[in-house]
Design a protein around this ligand. Structure first.
Ligand code: B12
Length: 212
């Protein structure tokens, strides 16, 4: 029998305190943040999505669960601070009309944990504003998150603009849209890398650091 994710019940019942205790207990047992995200928070949200799709929970319950997860991530973030001066800069963003920002936020935290200075722009960032931001902070890398497959034209338009204005900029893409067929566009953008999850990102960052 599959073991139930312990945080699912408190998230669905809106029990912030119990959800927070599960995370703080894991932090005090030195469970890495990446594991808390990948093994607990992400699967719980995927399950919330399935329950919602099957009409077993309301939109209100789904909103509550995702709001609690974001607040747990804020609690975790306070523990991420390091005194080391970051050497590289990344911009992490969702595109215009893309309202799913939790995956991108996890990506942003993994960059910070690996010593990067990160500008997390969050959900629904207009294309021109993203471009202006890149011009302003001159990052080494831009990470773009896409959950909804129908936002693919926006991704393509953004990638076209980035590749023509910043041909040397490292671009990472990821998110659930790529589980739903969006990967086919990659053949048009040989310099752009798709990564599926936080483990892959951490491996990528280790290789990047060693110039591989
Ligand atoms: C919470 C939620 C919402 C919230 C988001 C709140 C927020 N603050 O982010 C709100 C209410 C806004 C929302 C809205 C909608 N949602 Co919604 N939502 C979800 C839910 C339940 C959880 C999303 C989440 O945070 N997952 C957890 C994160 C951690 O997972 P992740 O995004 O996959 O990220 C991981 C990887 O993909 C990767 N990754 C992510 N980004 C990046 C970026 C890079 C560069 C890299 C390398 C890797 C990477 O790393 C992360 C860690 O492993 C999902 C269910 C699900 N399966 O996820 C549905 C889900 C994504 N939503 C869905 C839908 C349909 C919608 C709506 C269209 C519903 C509607 N009719 O209005 C709208 C669309 C809004 C919009 N325009 O974007 C569908 C999408 C299905 C599809 N075919 O595309 C899902 C899958 C639910 C379902 N089962 O049907 N939603």
């Amino acid at each position: 029998m599959a073991t139930e994710n312990p945080i699912l019940k408190p998230l669905l019942s809106g029990n912030h305190k119990a959800s927070s205790k599960i995370v703080t207990d894991m932090m005090s047992e030195s469970v890495p943040v990446k594991e808390i995200y990948e093994r607990v928070l992400k699967p719980a949200l995927y399950e919330v999505g399935e329950l919602w799709e099957q009409n077993k929970i309301s939109v209100a319950t789904e909103h509550l669960a995702s709001a609690i997860v974001e607040s747990l991530m804020n609690e975790i973030y306070l523990q991420l601070r390091t005194s080391k001066k970051p050497e590289k800069t990344a911009v992490v963003t969702c595109l215009e009309n893309e309202h799913h920002q939790i995956g991108a936020r996890m990506v942003s935290d993994i960059f910070e944990l690996n010593g990067w200075n990160v500008y997390f722009l969050g959900a629904n960032t207009p294309q021109n504003d993203l471009l202006n931001y890149i011009r302003m902070v001159k990052p080494q890398l831009v990470a773009i998150s896409l959950s909804i497959y129908f936002h693919l034209p926006t991704l393509e338009s953004t990638l076209n603009q980035i590749s023509s204005e910043f041909p040397k900029l490292q671009v990472l893409i990821g998110g659930q849209a790529f589980l739903r067929g969006a990967l086919k566009i990659l053949s048009n953008y040989p310099g752009i890398t798709y990564l599926p999850d936080l483990n892959a990102i951490e491996n990528f960052l280790i290789q990047y650091k060693h110039g591989l």
